[in-house]
Design a protein around this ligand. Structure first.
Ligand code: ATP
Ligand code: MG
Length: 581
């Protein structure tokens, strides 16, 4: 590709909306352009990288026995009604109507569509197992699209679905996918780790997320250096404090003027925060909206955890069985009229008409200080069982670095990651709701065991940039680089330089090395800057010594610039690309 013949437009300035390196550099390198919030167009260089990532995925999925298909992103609402997800998926589901008023969704994922095909075409054990996958645009009307490709509203996903006779078969399918994912992310040049994860809106039981390690990642993970425990903080089990053996003391109301936070109460009363009980108040909505799409109030919930702990919202949503868009912090004034809570002074005694949840360690704690459900007052020596009980007692704690590992008890470490893929056990959730069955050797019917497996293709691209850039631009790994080599010709009108550049260019393409020839009429500084921004792994500079057949050879990843003969540079580039492609 001759650079003067194509439209590749780099930006000198950091675009205003871009905050993280991948977003900044993919825009500055002219790899993509924003169409509208959370929707991007890919330009020549960006699209080449997308296709390389897709090709790696395709090769590994095919090798693992996957069959590639292509379903439409336009999905009829009827299928979503059947699975029960039309109502519960919430505003992230991008809904639309045709001219007859018939409802559709732009697919955020494709369990329904694929299971629909399988239920009508598979009826015998002889047809199982199968693994069906596709690579296509997916749509999620995210509340906060941000960070460019990391959280967009339209993105490319590889989604795969496995169908097995039984649990044992499913386990094999899952293990194959887990290995394929490991191969894929390794080949993309990512530093990553699989961690145990929550199932989220997909449902089912048990899943793992593949995390590309990155400070700008939106996922927090904890892991144990002593054993192999690793999980998202959303999922990680908290370890309860040991039950206390103290004698229960009599409750005592105390004035605590103006102490609306746990810190303030603990300080005012001279107590450690562990001896206080924290209240968090929530409003929960009905999962089916009215005809105008409005969700209505269903009930209030009050959550009690030890004062120094933080609440894990995902554990709370799982405990209540509500989706993210159906729960929010309560308006304290409104809730106070209905339940007797008092903002900043809410305790479990005196609350009414509201669901009460307690973190699992709370029943074992003695003589806690809690809000009195009166302004400016708390009650000391509140004890679970004697003074109050909860409707639900379960682990609701957020786990932090330094907390004990739930498996071995050693202190946990924490890190941040970008979720580039997730693999799920679905059990029979979709085969039951949609009726996907097979007959065994004895003509007996069984539900099919399912798994599903997603990779964010465009998010993976962003993750590669997050892990591979410097202050000058992107540093693509060879395997996903848009081109392998860039030939920078210093003077486009110099005959010797043109001849040598052309010779190298032709030889490299012949050897299967994808090469850009920058023969634009630009200053050398501009060309070097652009080559750095593009992040092409090898730069061969054809300049003053072209007449002697000498060029400069430099790796984008660093290392010294070398003077080589043209033949030497070609050999080095071919060897590098073949070793790392
Ligand atoms: P998240 O928790 O980040 O919202 P998710 O768990 O809802 O993602 P999945 O349903 O597991 O996502 O989708 C499979 C993969 O698709 C994810 O692992 C991720 O790589 C990618 N993905 C999901 N949502 C987005 C998005 N808004 N933009 C880009 N990629 C996404
Ligand atoms: Mg996920």
């Amino acid at each position: 590709m001759k650079l003067s013949k194509v439209h590749v437009h780099t930006l000198r300035e950091v675009p205003g909306e871009a905050e993280v390196p991948s977003h900044i550099w993919l825009l500055r390198a002219g790899m993509m352009r924003k169409t509208v919030s959370g929707v991007y167009s890919f330009m020549l260089l960006g699209w080449r990288t997308v296709r390389k990532i897709e090709e790696i995925i395709r090769q590994e999925m095919d090798a693992a026995g996957g069959q590639e298909v292509s379903t439409s992103p336009i999905q009829p609402a009827e299928l979503w009604h059947e699975s029960g997800r039309w109502a519960v998926y919430g505003p992230e589901l991008w809904r639309l109507k045709d001219r007859h008023g018939r409802e559709f969704a732009l697919g955020p994922t494709a369990e329904e569509v694929i299971t629909d095909i399988v239920r009508s075409e598979i009826d015998s054990w002889r047809q199982l197992p199968i693994n069906i996958y596709q690579i296509q645009l997916k749509y999620r009307d995210e509340a906060r699209p941000r960070y460019g490709l990391m959280r967009s509203r339209e993105f490319i996903m590889k989604d795969a679905y496995s169908f097995d006779r039984d649990e044992a078969g499913f386990k094999e399918s899952y293990a194959k996918m887990r290995q394929a994912y490991t191969n894929i992310f390794t080949r993309c040049g990512l530093k990553f780790r699989p961690v145990a994860a929550d199932n989220g809106a997909i449902g089912g039981s048990g899943s793992e997320e593949f995390m590309a390690m990155s400070e700008v990642g939106e996922s927090d993970i904890v892991f144990c250096e002593a054993c192999d425990m690793a999980a998202t903080t959303e999922l990680a089990a908290g370890v309860d404090a040991a039950p206390e053996a103290e004698e229960m003391l009599a409750p005592e109301e105390v004035a605590t003027p103006g102490t609306k936070s746990i810190e303030a109460v603990a300080e005012y009363l001279g107590l450690p925060q562990e001896k206080t009980l924290k209240a968090l108040l929530f409003d929960i909505y009905h999962d089916v909206p009215d005809e105008n799409g409005i969700y209505h109030h269903k009930e209030y919930a009050a959550v009690f955890i030890r004062g120094d702990r933080e609440l894990n919202m995902v554990k709370l949503m799982n405990a209540l069985g509500v989706a993210e868009h159906l729960i929010e912090f309560a308006d304290e004034e409104k809730m106070s009229l209905a339940t007797g809570c008092v903002g900043g002074f809410t305790g479990p005694v005196g609350l009414h008409d509201c669901k009460i949840l307690a973190d699992s360690e709370v029943p074992g704690l003695k003589n806690l200080t809690a809000g009195a459900c009166k302004p400016d007052a708390h009650v000391k020596n509140i004890n679970y069982g004697r003074d109050w009980t909860a409707d639900i007692v379960t682990d609701l704690k957020l786990v932090h670095a330094g907390d004990p590992c739930p498996v071995c008890g050693k202190p946990l470490s924490a890190a941040r990651g970008i979720e580039v893929g997730q693999i799920f056990s679905l059990g029979t959730k979709y085969s039951a709701s949609l009726g996907a069955r097979y007959r065994d050797e004895n003509q007996e019917e069984h539900l099919i065991e399912m798994g599903c497996y997603g990779i964010g293709v465009t998010r993976t691209m962003a993750a590669v940039v997050e892990q591979n850039h410097d202050e000058k631009g992107i540093i693509w790994p060879v395997s996903v680089a848009p081109y392998h080599v860039i030939i920078t010709q210093m003077k486009p009108d110099d005959a010797a330089q043109s001849a040598l550049a052309e010779e190298i260019y032709t030889a490299l393409w012949k050897a299967g090395v994808e090469t850009v020839w920058d023969e634009r009429d630009e200053r050398p500084g501009v060309k070097f800057n652009d080559a750095d921004i593009f992040g092409i792994p090898v730069r061969i500079t054809v300049g003053k010594k072209a007449g002697d057949g000498i060029v400069e050879y430099k790796l984008r990843r660093g290392g010294d610039m070398q003077e080589l003969t043209a033949a030497g540079a070609i050999e080095a580039a071919v060897a590098l690309v073949n070793a790392e492609r």
